[in-house]
Design a protein around this ligand. Structure first.
Ligand code: FMN
Length: 201
């Protein structure tokens, strides 16, 4: 069973990005399970909360990342950049630094849903750059931006989906994540990480 963790960068109850994540989860092929973690449950990062004082919810988040074979992120762009809650989640996930943290070698792909008709890929670029800097692996290029998103959702027998062209692009984004997982690119980085930590200790 391949586990895909869905993370949503918006806290809004009727978030377009949360809706996109649900459509994506429904599109997972057989042999896959979807898991979720609510990024809004994480406190803001503080170094005072490291070590023994790490909140249980942060440990749960790191466990959810470790258990996942891959992560699919859906997030809006705020003021040409990542929403603060997403950056905060990455900061928590990237610690403790000297041990192999939960992002090392983790495959991730991402999509943006926006009300804008002409959105670009700035928040995706931010997300993929930071994820990679933290030691994770990402699908290069092929960024999926669901522009004018409210008009793209359809009801199919009571189940929400997307109009055909957007749905095909979403499936392609999921398939690219699958390829990243299958090629085990992350495991090479994990092995390097282990060797590096051994040198330090
Ligand atoms: C503070 C703020 C800044 C925003 N900046 C951008 C932006 O730079 N580019 C963009 O396309 N949309 C921007 N938006 C619009 C959101 O991306 C859009 O409303 C999106 O649908 C929100 O996602 P959600 O439905 O998942 O909450 C901004 C919204 C807010 C609240």
């Amino acid at each position: 069973m391949t586990t895909i963790l869905f993370l949503v960068g918006s806290l809004r109850a009727d978030s377009l990005n949360a809706r996109l994540a649900r459509v994506a989860a429904n599109e997972l092929p057989e042999g896959h399970e979807a898991t979720y973690f609510d990024l809004g449950a994480l406190p803001f990062y503080s170094g005072d909360l490291e070590g023994e004082r790490t909140p249980d919810i942060v440990a749960e988040f790191r466990d959810a990342l470790r258990r996942a074979d891959g992560v699919f992120f859906t997030t809006p762009e705020y003021n040409d950049a990542l929403p603060g809650r997403v950056k905060n989640a990455l900061d928590w996930a990237s610690r403790p630094l000297r041990l192999r943290h939960a992002l090392v070698g983790k495959p991730m792909n991402a999509a943006v849903a926006t009300i804008s008709p002409t959105n670009e890929t700035r928040s995706l670029n931010d997300l993929k750059r930071i994820w990679g800097n933290c030691g994770g692996v990402t699908v290069a290029g092929f960024d999926f931006v669901l522009e004018n998103a409210p008009a793209k959702f359809l009801d199919h027998d009571g189940v929400e989906t997307l109009e055909p062209q957007s749905l095909a692009t979403l499936r392609f984004a999921l398939a690219n994540l699958e390829r990243l997982i299958e090629h085990q690119a992350g495991q090479v980085l994990e092995a390097h990480g282990d060797a590096f930590v051994e040198q330090l200790t």
